[in-house]
Design a protein around this ligand. Structure first.
Ligand SMILES: [Zn+2]
Length: 298
């Protein structure tokens, strides 16, 4: 499937997202990716990838990601995953030794709610718990995670705004704290989830771009949404007015509903005004440009 591509205020959101088939999203300007899907080429140049949960449509490409990174002589990158998935995924890499004969270098690290991960100076990713419990085979429940990419800036405090350059330098010399730390949530990805308390976080509802799942839109699919801990359009209708995001991109639509039908149902449910900022990620066509050369494995 051709990846969708969305542009807003200097930020690109590119990916594929269809329930049960594949979900991954990359933000190339930030060098950040959310979920792996089947590991399409888009992901290979991304050094920081954040896995929301272990369902196959989100995680199938993990081994392939590391193998392809090695093939193009890239370092393994960083894959951050819910803590309870670290060991199973490391085991998966070892099992590949019995199949492939070679295990690529990998780098799998635990992500935990509230423990910020620094991607680069001025950019952190904050994991948070969402409402999509998944049971491992041993019945352990793994809580799925969402991730917020947050720009961090130091802003001059109000009381120093009228000072001259030399005065500021002098204050700094005296060790005066002249700046405040300001967080600007840019892109927040909620993975798979039904509605829940996570929607109250400022870095969720104030993010410039929010990626929120809406798997089911058809009135006949309410029960499916409930059983699978997924969002239904009925819930979304209640939630949207409380969100302050400039743009909301809906992900993970079921294959049971055509995108054109889903768009019509969405518009009907939330109204024309809200529909100006809310859309399905898969509606957005990729801009034509030069294809990037990527070597093909033998
Ligand atoms: Zn899932």
């Amino acid at each position: 499937m051709t990846p969708a591509e969305f542009h807003y205020d200097g930020i690109t959101v590119r990916g594929v997202t269809l329930a049960g088939e594949e979900t991954y999203v990359v933000v190339p300007e930030m060098n950040v990716g959310f979920d792996v899907g089947r590991c399409q080429r888009d992901l290979l140049s991304i050094d920081h990838v954040f896995l929301s949960h272990g369902h196959m449509d989100h995680a199938a490409g993990v081994a392939y990601y590391f193998s392809q990174r090695e093939f193009v002589d890239n370092d393994p990158g960083h894959l951050y995953v819910p803590e309870l998935l670290v060991e199973p995924l490391r085991t998966l890499m070892r099992v590949w030794a019995d199949i492939d004969g070679h295990v690529p270098a990998s780098n799998i690290q635990a992500a935990a709610p509230g423990q910020d991960i620094e991607v680069r100076r001025n950019l952190i990713v904050r994991p948070f718990a969402v409402n999509h419990p998944c049971r491992r085979h041993d019945r352990t429940v793994v809580q799925a995670l969402g991730y917020a990419a947050i720009e961090v800036r130091q802003k001059l405090k109000q009381e120093f705004l009228d000072r001259t350059g030399p005065q500021i330098v002098e204050l700094k010399k005296q060790g005066v704290q002249i700046t405040n730390r300001v967080e600007m949530p840019l892109v927040t990805y909620c993975g798979d989830t039904t509605a829940g308390g996570f929607l109250d976080h400022e870095f969720v509802r104030d993010a410039k771009i929010l990626l929120l799942e809406c798997t089911f839109v058809d009135p006949d699919h309410r029960e499916r949404a409930r059983v699978g801990n997924h969002m239904h359009l009925d819930q979304l209708r209640e939630i949207i007015p409380k969100l302050r995001n400039e743009r909301i991109l809906l992900t993970h639509l079921t294959r049971r509903t055509m995108l054109s039908d889903a768009k019509a149902l969405l518009r009907e449910a939330i109204g024309e005004k809200q529909a100006e900022r809310v859309s399905f990620l898969m509606e957005h066509r990729r801009r034509r440009g030069r294809p990037r050369p990527v070597p093909t494995p033998e």
